[in-house]
Design a protein around this ligand. Structure first.
Ligand code: NAD
Length: 263
């Protein structure tokens, strides 16, 4: 299937590693030019060079903290300056801390809101005028399986991913007639650096090996394994392509069957 991404410019946020990086690599392999960001210039430059060298794509790395609106404006403007436009936006950010209701102050709720909700809103606000003008665009938010089935002890993520989903569903209706789609992918447990760090930390706390800790998750997954970032990225590439032109306002899991609901 030709995804027709060859002349497209994609901005992938929070892409120095993990799911964001996997999506960036997949889009580059399909021929898109890329704008990628993370918070450290040195790191994002290294990743931009690596992707460029491995795949031959044009990649601009920008240091930007997506929870800061000024950084988001600078990020989008840098991309437009370099490539003339942004056709595809993939929103992403680091995960908020785990914890129960009692463990968070209002300041921590506000920080998580800036990180997960405001980042997606502001990125969309900055790219939409150009997409509307060209009457083509793709917005894809990386959310979580927590949208369909809240995960214990992740109250910040459970609450704010739902907010992003409400925002995306409403925006999808507003911009559909401009040829712009807005969708979300809900990753399940996927083998990224964050998940590896988390499993090492939790295993140490529980006095077991990281493999034993991950096996606890795998018991809950019908495929009996956690996912690989490239399995997630394959769906992302399809959803931002021309071929997904009639899919909008939806959330699709890549979770090995973890969500047990019918729809
Ligand atoms: P990761 O920690 O491996 O990678 C996160 C990336 O985001 C890094 O490149 C980091 O530099 C960047 N980043 C973090 N905060 C940023 C900020 N404020 N501004 C700009 N860049 C920032 O994480 P991951 O596993 O790839 O997860 C990505 C997102 O998907 C997270 O929000 C996570 O909670 C969510 N998620 C992941 C899984 C999973 O199993 N991996 C499951 C469900 C949801």
């Amino acid at each position: 299937m030709d995804l027709d991404l060859k002349n497209k410019v994609a901005l992938v946020a929070a892409a120095s590693r993990g799911l964001g990086r996997a999506v960036a690599e997949e889009l580059a392999a399909e021929g898109a030019s890329l704008v990628i960001c993370s918070r450290q210039q040195e790191t994002i430059d290294r990743v931009a060079n690596d992707i460029s060298a491995a795949i031959g794509a044009e990649v601009l790395g920008v240091a930007a903290d997506v929870s800061q609106p000024d950084d988001v404006v600078r990020l989008v403007n840098s991309g437009i300056e370099r490539f003339g436009r942004i056709d595809i936006l993939v929103t992403n950010a680091g995960g908020p801390p785990a914890g129960s209701f009692q463990s968070f102050t209002l300041d921590q709720w506000e920080a998580a809101t800036r990180l997960l909700l405001h980042s997606a809103v502001e990125l969309a606000r900055q790219v939409l005028p150009g997409m509307k003008e060209r009457r083509w665009g793709r917005i894809l938010n990386i959310t979580s399986i927590a949208v369909k089935q809240p995960v214990d002890n992740l109250i910040l993520s459970n609450s704010l991913r739902a907010a992003v989903t409400g925002f995306a569903r409403t925006l999808a209706n507003e911009v559909a007639s401009f040829g712009i789609t807005v969708n979300n992918i809900m990753p399940g447990y996927t083998r990224t650096e964050r998940v590896e760090e988390l499993s090492r930390m939790m295993a140490e706390k529980e006095g077991i090996t990281p493999e034993e800790f991950v096996a606890g998750w795998e018991k809950e997954i019908p495929m009996r394994r956690i996912g690989e970032p490239r399995e997630f990225a394959a769906l992302a590439a399809f959803l931002v392509s021309e071929r997904a032109s009639y899919i909008t306002g939806t959330s699709i899991p890549v979770d090995g069957g973890w969500i047990k609901s019918l729809i």
